[in-house]
Ligand binder design. Structure first.
Ligand SMILES: *[C@@H]1O[C@H](CO)[C@@H](O)[C@H](O)[C@H]1NC(C)=O
Ligand SMILES: *[C@@H]1O[C@H](CO)[C@@H](O)[C@H](O)[C@H]1NC(C)=O
Ligand SMILES: *[C@@H]1O[C@H](CO)[C@@H](O)[C@H](O)[C@H]1NC(C)=O
Ligand SMILES: *[C@@H]1O[C@H](CO)[C@@H](O)[C@H](O)[C@H]1NC(C)=O
Length: 417
């Protein structure tokens, strides 16, 4: 009996203690070096912890808590050692969170509760949460970043207007060097869920991204002008690309991703803007695509203003489940038929390997290489590609326009002979 009461008292004590106190005792003080916190850099110095509810945030889903989060950021970013910002259980509504560095310490955002993006668009300049110019960042926890997109998706005119105004992206990492995003859920972004821009050495792990199949431009993760980016064990279902790899991407490793619904895992779009940088060294491995419009895709505009190259792209151990275009290289990409198509792509696509790709296609064309006659796709290798049309009224086939392909162990109809 006595023992049991003591146990209860200990539990109550921990419940009453603020989340920060728990973090502080776990991470700071000279006797408690953070030896086992996976993925977070070991640090020296006293550290600090900022619970947004102690800075005036209210987790009722209605009160704007932007100021409290910004105060927590300013303090944490200005501190030394390991600095933690705690978003405790609750629903915290905010407008734009401009989390700009450089910081003097290493900041972790511990997302135990949820952040909700306000639907008052006057509260944003560009993005919802933008972390800019920060080294050694971690965003982790079981909480959600809820973009509340259903309230504003009707204001997206991008299907009609080529130069449309872009709604706020949920989470933008801009010039983050050495970062981890793990465990969290991103829900119903107004535009993209995550954008990784000008970053180096960033890992996305055990993340869930969810939006309805018919939501506009709700890409899961868009990577551009970045190197050494890894995306592991992540589940993405949205209204657009699950992952898109834009210009200037180098050394991207996508492993263990489940995608669907959505438009698949894409390299591109390439060739829309002037002076885009090359894309190279992309690996997509051990992924599953379910009921997506595309499986693995490389897409570029026909009227690209500058010459760029996409090379060393490897797709391996991919399972397709009723995917409409399981393998597709499209050098005549033109969404909504709105782009000027005045000639030949200047995007070179070469050294592309598709290996051990299996499953089903919901259309007869399981493989489509739609390359340009002036710049044929070069060095396309298919090994053990066996994706079959799941319907009954037609047969599996490949479109092979202007592509130099070698094939071994593939379904005969897909070999581009
Ligand atoms: C974000 O904050 C930084 C520094 O405080 C400022 O220079 C920048 O203009 C802000 N950006 C936005 C989009 O508000
Ligand atoms: C990608 O990540 C996986 C899992 O950690 C690892 O085994 C593999 O070596 C990495 N590949 C590249 C090209 O970095
Ligand atoms: C082919 O890929 C599947 C996953 O789609 C995997 O289970 C299987 O082991 C792979 N086969 C080989 C020979 O690597
Ligand atoms: C089979 O599919 C191809 C490509 O989609 C199409 O052109 C053709 O008409 C289809 N054949 C039949 C019998 O439906």
């Amino acid at each position: 009996m006595v023992l049991r009461n003591d146990a209860v008292r200990v539990v109550v004590f921990f419940l009453l203690m603020s989340v920060c106190a728990a973090h502080a005792s776990k991470y700071s003080g000279k006797d408690s070096a953070p030896e086992s916190s996976l993925g977070t850099p070991a640090v020296t110095g006293p550290g600090g912890c900022f619970d947004i509810t102690e800075l005036g945030a209210t987790g009722n889903g209605r009160t704007d808590s932007t100021k409290a989060v910004m105060e927590a950021w300013t303090s944490a970013c200005g501190g030394t050692g390991k600095q933690t910002i705690v978003i405790p259980n609750g629903d915290f509504l905010t407008g734009a969170l401009n989390l700009t560095g450089p910081c003097t310490g290493d900041v972790t955002i511990q997302l135990d509760g949820n952040l909700l993006g306000s639907n008052d668009l006057r509260k944003y300049k560009t993005n919802w949460i933008e972390v800019r110019h920060v080294d050694n960042l971690a965003i982790t926890g079981k909480g959600k970043l809820d973009g509340q997109g259903p309230g504003v998706w009707s204001k997206n005119s991008c299907a009609k207007n080529y130069n449309c105004k872009i709604l706020p992206n949920t989470l933008v990492l801009n010039k983050v060097n050495n970062g981890v995003v793990s465990g969290i859920t991103l829900l119903n972004a107004k535009f993209f869920h995550m954008k990784i821009y000008r970053c180096n050495d960033v890992t996305i792990r055990d993340v869930t991204i969810t939006a309805p199949e018919d939501s506009p431009n709700t890409d899961g993760i868009h990577v551009t002008d970045s190197s050494k980016i890894s995306i592991f064990s992540t589940t993405i279902g949205t209204g657009d690309d699950c992952i898109s790899i834009g210009p200037g991407s180098d050394g991207i490793n996508i492993t263990g991703v489940t995608c669907g619904p959505g438009h698949g895992i894409s390299v591109g779009s390439l060739g829309r803007y002037k002076d885009e940088k090359d894309v190279t060294d992309i690996t997509v491995k051990d992924c599953v695509l379910k009921n997506t419009a595309n499986g693995v895709r490389i897409k570029s505009y026909e009227d690209s203003p500058s010459l760029i190259t996409a090379s060393k792209l490897t797709y391996e151990n991919i399972k397709m489940e009723d995917v409409a275009n399981p393998i597709i290289i499209d050098q005549k990409y033109c969404p909504n038929q709105m782009c000027p198509s005045n000639g030949n792509s200047k995007v070179i696509v070469k050294d592309v390997t598709f290996k051990n790709i299996t499953g089903t296609s919901s259309t007869p064309e399981a493989v489509s290489f739609i390359c340009s006659d002036k710049l044929p796709c070069r060095g396309v290798h298919m090994k053990d590609v066996n994706v079959e049309f799941s319907g009954t009224n037609n047969k599996t086939m490949a479109i092979c326009n202007n592509a130099k392909v070698t094939a071994t162990g593939c379904l005969k109809d897909l070999a581009c002979v």
